[in-house]
Design a protein around this ligand. Sequence first.
Ligand SMILES: [Zn+2]
Length: 347
Amino acid sequence: MRGFGFAEHGGPDRARFVDIAEPVPGPGEIRIRLRAASFNHLDLFTLAGIPGVSIERPHVLGSDGAGSVDRLGDGVTGRRTGDRVLINPGLWDGTCDACRKGEEAYCRNYRILGEHTQGSTTEFAVVPARNVHPLPERMSFEEGAAAPLVFQTAWRALRTVGSLRAGETCAIVGAGGGVATAAVQVAKLTGARVVVTTRSQAKAERARRLGADEVLVTGPDRPADRALWQWSEKRGVDVIFDSVGAPSLPLSLRALARGGRVVVIGATAGAELSIDVRTLFWRQASIRGSTMAHASEFEAVLDELARGRLSPVVDSTFPYEEAPQALARLSSPELFGKVVVRLPPAA
Ligand SMILES: [Zn+2]
């Protein structure tokens, strides 16, 4: 079958349509006929080649997908052919100590669909039945494909790892990425006062409409740390959600309140930095890392999606043939939300 991915690692110009074998569901697995997929920055890292991760090539990109149940492996119950579903892209083994405690994101063999395995930008995906969830009725396939990775990431990072509580202040660094649009909503739902920093006036407007209490447009004359410090009336911010990495993390640390937490969920603009360690103990601050989510956290996200209290922001939707343009859109300075690829229905 045809999929969109790559045969050789490299930049976005290496991405192309490839042929891979049609997957067959084993015991306990379900095959999904995909109707929509979405891209994340992870896809660009996978395409470039992640140190320590070796994958089969050609490789199909895409961690997020929604579609209909196509075929059930032996022993699968509770799902029927044709059911509208979405996929939880976090893959755990279900057998290690962490999994037995319900801490699936700590699984020793944790993998992500489309990073370690063939992805969702194709006709069929096979995943364990426990990764297949009913698509809430109010959601289209495109929305179903836009939600899973970013909302579980934002949920766990803010609520569990960041210990964000109602009444606290929460800053989201950067407004345009899919995960930032999810984080604004999760932080508001938690009852926090939410501030977003962005360099773009246009994105500031959209972040406000999404529910941010304040948006600070930053730039060379107004760095994010100073803007946040002023906004918080020199108290600092309780939780800062940072996916940018090296350029922003030192600023985030300087903008923290006493006892504040920076939660790092990505490093889209650089991975190595030096920090002033004194900031950590003076402020009694923490830097915490978070990735993906436990199964129970994913269930909580699904519940909020079904109730309409969380809703994915779709930046743009591309037809399958334009998957290369969709992937390129991830790097656009105008990006606001998720980039979705619509997949053709069964021939
Ligand atoms: Zn495990």
